[in-house]
Design a protein around this ligand. Sequence first.
Ligand SMILES: C[S@@+](CC[C@H](N)C(=O)[O-])C[C@H]1O[C@@H](n2cnc3c(N)ncnc32)[C@H](O)[C@@H]1O
Length: 247
Amino acid sequence: MSSEAAARAGEDVENVRSFFDQWAIYRRVIERNYLFHREAYAELDRVLGGFGGRAVSVLDLGSGDASYMAEVLARHAVAAYRGVDISPVALSLARENVGRLGCPAEFTQGDFFALVPTLREAADFVYIGLSLHHLPLADKGRFLADLRRVVKPGGCLMVCEPICRAGESRSAVLDRWWDIVSRKWTALSAEDMAAVKGHVFGNDYPESIDTYDALGRAAGFAPVAVRFTCPDELYAVLEFRPAAGLG
Ligand SMILES: C[S@@+](CC[C@H](N)C(=O)[O-])C[C@H]1O[C@@H](n2cnc3c(N)ncnc32)[C@H](O)[C@@H]1O
């Protein structure tokens, strides 16, 4: 576990919002599948298929434009969708994308770390795509316990997050990330790459899968299921189910 992460207090919400308000850069990243959205959302599709056709309630934390989410949800019965994001730019795009599904939908602009502890209703399917890693280690643990409370019995929490290898420090994984990304993300301009690098080095706190597993168990989830790990071991899709007896 990273002591650098443990030393930091909270997410720099303003900084993160101003980065994602420039949605065009992130759009270019996801269109090229640099963050493995195709593989990640294919896993969401499989897990939603496991609800056996029953209409599910969905809580999408850090929804972004919800473009991939809307494509997946179009193949399933959705009782209700709630998207939460700090970026008004991203959220207005999410409203358009999810609006086409015609299911009951609600959009909240705000910090999900503050919002989740106040939620009264649990959801069948809770997803966090690429924003849990902004929290330092201790806050991730506290937040997973809050998340456990908003997952309905029989439901699940899925996350797609940057990871590090067991024992890899924050600075080592960020240097490894930049070494790979600076060679592979060729569709971005030098200016965009500088913005992406600044965002990641300023805000990202990846954890190992073992750490996520330990945090999940401490929060009342069963051992984590690893649904996907990208070839460079930089991103993974994890599934947390309520531990038996606590569901
Ligand atoms: C990397 S994007 C991912 C978007 C989408 N989930 C996806 O899979 O493409 C992260 C999103 O989380 C939002 N975000 C980051 N921290 C947040 C927070 N504390 N509360 C709400 N939204 C947050 C950002 O504004 C951004 O839209």
